[in-house]
Design a protein around this ligand. Structure first.
Ligand code: MG
Ligand code: MG
Length: 268
């Protein structure tokens, strides 16, 4: 059952999302060759707690940490560890926070130092596909319209769209209805309704869409060991249109990226 949020609830969810956005901004400052994913995890946990929130993933389904940290061929759900990141790696960072009883949940894939052109393009295309998907999250459309937009664009670029893991409704629970696949057919699936809040999160692979799970029971990696990227935003339907609750503005500030890619989805 889809749980519709009131305007007041959407404002509370914006607070939760912004804590995650700011946390990812702190991570952006700290990602560099030599840092470990466990060190980044500690930065995130402290920052979230200092801002009056609770790490959203820690203990959820027994996940052991604050961040899911998935380098290179890992897709999602990687567990932070003491391995240093290396120049040329990419690292997908997924973060959740719980405040006022509502979850924020979004993700960014960072370059570690200088990365090669093939990886740069994977990050650019995956992030662009997220915004193409968000544009379809509006009254008059259905779940399949978002998935189609993401799949069509990324497959045209020769990439693989992960099937087994999907976006989701978001609210008092981390995973609510509906499921939001990153693939689909136009005009299919559940209809979008005013006051829906979802996490849209393309997981896009350089090679095959197929994945495997590590024996740790968590980490998902690509079946061909090629790189994978993951970007995620929290979005509400307000006045029939998609409105971003999360933002990459703090990441962009930290990395010196100038862009207006979020401007059409801001609250008016
Ligand atoms: Mg997430
Ligand atoms: Mg999510």
């Amino acid at each position: 059952m889809i749980k519709i949020k009131s305007r007041e609830e959407i404002e509370l969810m914006r607070e939760s999302a912004l804590i995650v956005s700011k946390t990812l901004g702190e991570i952006a400052k700290a990602v560099k060759p030599g840092v470990t994913t466990l060190q980044l995890d500690k930065i995130a946990e402290e920052f979230i707690r200092d801002h009056g929130a609770i790490p959203g993933f820690l203990g959820l389904y027994d996940f052991p940490n604050t961040l899911c940290m998935s380098p290179n061929e890992q897709v999602v759900h990687g567990i932070p560890n003491k391995e240093p990141l290396l120049e040329g790696d990419i690292i997908s960072v997924d973060c959740g926070a719980l405040k006022n009883g509502f979850y924020g949940d979004h993700a960014y894939t960072f370059a570690v130092g200088e990365i090669d052109e093939e990886l740069k393009k994977l990050l650019d295309i995956t992030k662009a596909s997220l915004y193409l998907g968000i544009r379809e999250f509006k009254i008059g459309n259905r779940v399949g319209d978002v998935g189609f937009a993401i799949q069509n664009y990324t497959e045209k670029n020769g990439y693989g769209v992960v099937r087994e893991l999907v976006g989701h409704g978001l609210g008092k629970e981390m995973h609510e209805d509906p499921e939001m696949p990153n693939y689909g057919k136009r005009g299919r699936g559940k209809k979008f309704i005013e006051g829906m809040v979802v996490a849209i999160e393309p997981m896009i692979n350089l090679g095959t869409h197929r994945i495997k799970q590590f024996s740790d029971g968590w980490t998902i990696k690509t079946a061909d060991n090629k790189a994978s990227a993951h970007f995620e935003h929290d979005v509400a339907i307000v006045n029939g249109k998609p409105e971003l609750l999360s933002t990459f503005a703090y990441v962009n500030d930290a990395l010196g990226i100038i862009t207006n890619e979020e401007s059409e989805f801001r609250a008016s």
